[in-house]
Design a protein around this ligand. Structure first.
Ligand code: RB5
Length: 146
């Protein structure tokens, strides 16, 4: 599975650990799109390349980490074809995939522990979209961008 990952300074530290977790524990192919230090940066600059990688089919899923996960989600969700959300529990990660066919998970590097974020990412990547009654609802979301 191909994963595009990005973070701002609020998520930098957890991103470094998450890249290793995705590669070594989950066996993913990971493209790290920055940032590259804990120096202050603007989160939309990192949400954009990850969102475009997923929207263009160069990555299967995206993982974004900022202080709260909220700014990354707002920014990534602006890109056509992206369904991004801030996710703070594994249960929400599961529903985000099952019901919303989420393709970019946005995490909090400041308010959620790394261990919980790893569980969120694992659940996110392993849970399939349920389709069925959710298919039409997700299509209606896509229609909002037309
Ligand atoms: C940066 O201080 C912070 O605003 C950012 O990481 C994120 O939490 C925005 O939503």
């Amino acid at each position: 599975m191909r994963i595009a990952i990005g973070a701002d300074h609020g998520g930098f530290e957890q991103k470094q650990a998450m890249v290793a977790y995705l590669r070594d524990d989950l066996g993913c192919e990971v493209e790290d799109m920055g940032c590259d230090s804990a120096e202050s940066v603007d989160y939309p600059d990192y949400a954009a390349p990850v969102a475009h990688a997923v929207a263009d089919g160069r990555a299967d899923f995206g993982v974004l980490i900022c202080g709260t996960g909220i700014g990354m989600a707002i920014a990534a969700d602006k890109v056509a074809g992206i369904r991004a959300s801030s996710i703070t529990t594994p249960a929400f990660a599961e529903l985000f995939r099952q019901h919303n066919n989420g393709n970019v998970v946005c995490l909090s590097g400041r308010f959620v522990d790394l261990a919980v974020n790893k569980e969120i990412v694992k659940t996110f990547l392993e849970t399939p979209f349920e389709g069925g009654r959710h298919e039409g609802r997700v299509a209606k979301i896509a229609a909002l961008q037309e």
